[in-house]
Design a protein around this ligand. Structure first.
Ligand code: PGA
Length: 251
């Protein structure tokens, strides 16, 4: 009942030519994918070109971040409306790299999520614990804090525009994926927490993606878990064949 989502986070990679080539190679490999939503998140500067290249395909576009104001004197920022204008339907908010290197907090994440939804975007809302937090047995405390902080003031209806991405920081870009069991345990906790915040019906509808060293070799096991509804993929989304193999996990 929850349609899986496979999203590629391209991070700070791919110039215009490389990005257009990548989606050009990807589109035919995933065109028969049924019952899965496919999203790619390129850098801002190539969004317009990639939007043209994916027009008419089943690939949708996401920004990697956005600001909470629609316009104004905010040098360097990009607003939800501008992402829509560039062809995005989604935006990633709260990625651990933004929390770690760019001072993103639960409060700024919350402001961005609310603005993005108001601006008509669906949000890929990232949460996840560091290795230090996991080893100190703080995983659930951190997840709960990030969820309640990030979603403060969000209504039940607005939550329908949110996709949660659980990305343990220690698994991102390290080749060290969470085991299927570790991921399922966290996802189940996230769904329970959402149920406490917004009711079971809403929590049962929301998609929770796993992220952190997802590859063609481990996607099947992850997707077999009852509370894992897709993946947010970094490194393996930079090549058409590996990302297509993840999209086509069921095939
Ligand atoms: P990775 O990145 O797949 O390269 O670990 C995932 C992410 O940061 O979204």
């Amino acid at each position: 009942m929850r349609t899986p989502v496979i999203a590629g986070n391209w991070k700070l990679y791919k110039t215009t030519g490389e990005a257009v080539e990548l989606v050009g190679n990807l589109a035919p490999l995933v065109k028969h994918a049924r019952d899965v939503e496919i999203i790619v998140a390129p850098v801002f500067t190539v969004l317009g070109s990639v939007a043209k290249a994916v027009a008419g395909s089943n690939i949708r576009l996401a920004g990697q971040d956005c600001f909470w104001e629609e316009e104004g004197a905010y040098t360097g920022e990009v607003s939800p409306g501008m992402l829509r204008d560039a062809g995005c339907s989604h935006v990633i908010i709260g990625h651990s790299e933004r929390r770690q290197y760019f001072g993103e907090t639960d409060e700024t994440v919350n402001r961005k999520i609310r603005a993005a939804i108001d601006g008509g975007l669906s949000v890929l809302f990232c949460i996840g614990e560091t290795l230090e937090e996991r080893e100190a047995d703080k995983t659930f405390v951190i997840l709960k804090k990030q969820l309640s902080g990030g979603l403060a003031g969000i209504t039940r209806e607005q939550l329908d525009s949110v996709i949660v991405a659980y990305e343990p920081v220690w698994a991102i870009g390290t080749g060290r994926t969470a085991s299927d069991g570790q991921a399922q345990e966290a996802h189940s906790f996230i769904r329970e927490t959402l149920s406490g915040l917004h009711g079971k019906e809403t929590a049962d509808r929301i998609r929770i993606l796993y992220g952190g060293s997802v590859k063609p070799e481990n996607i099947k096991g992850l997707m077999a878990q009852p509370d894992i509804d897709g993946a947010l993929v970094g490194g393996a989304s930079l090549k058409a064949d590996s990302f297509a193999a993840i999209v086509n996990f069921a095939g």
